[in-house]
Design a protein around this ligand. Sequence first.
Ligand code: U2P
Length: 209
Amino acid sequence: MRWLAILALLPLPALAEGEAAGEFDYYVLSLSWSPTFCALTGDARGEDQCDPRHDHSFTLHGLWPQYEFGWPSYCRTTARDPSRSDTRAMVDIMGSSGLAWHEWKKHGRCSGLAADDYFTVSRLAYDKVEIPDVLVHLDRDVKLPTSVVEDAFLEVNPGLSRTMITITCEAGRIDEARICLTRDLEFRPCGEDTVRDCRMQDALMEAVR
Ligand code: U2P
């Protein structure tokens, strides 16, 4: 019985797997700065998303069901998986159908929705957030504190405030904008574990090319 007492003292993991679908508190809409993805990963893999004929700025990384603390993943669900055409239809905003499939498996199955509905809601959430024009058309590399990126989002999204968005960095570069939404896709404050504000004063934001 002593091991039970020890188990009870261990901190709960933020990440578990195989939770029940549809039981969550809010969504994180995760937007990925495509030039950073391409520089760190995509170019080396020869991803089509990084081909110069595209001019992606913030692409949809995923719509993630969250708990007030932590998040579910790879949930148990009887919901239909997406068809090839469902995942292909997300390429315009996600960059690749492989990412759409991965996001469905890891996060979408926790939404309690069928795959086509999950992608519809993901697109609605992506469309709800205005990506600042100055970033959509960023035509030169800049170094800046992440607060400037956050300010740009706040300026063009009425109702969005600082506690509802977090900007992350990776390897010295602006990586993602994560925005917290209710299950009805209204802006709301992020849970404390979702806040990953990058503290760099000179994070690289490469131009959209
Ligand atoms: O941050 C690294 C990866 O962890 C997953 N993540 C992170 C924060 C959060 O609130 N929820 C969440 O799921 C993401 O995993 P992915 O979807 O990319 O596999 C994130 O990229």
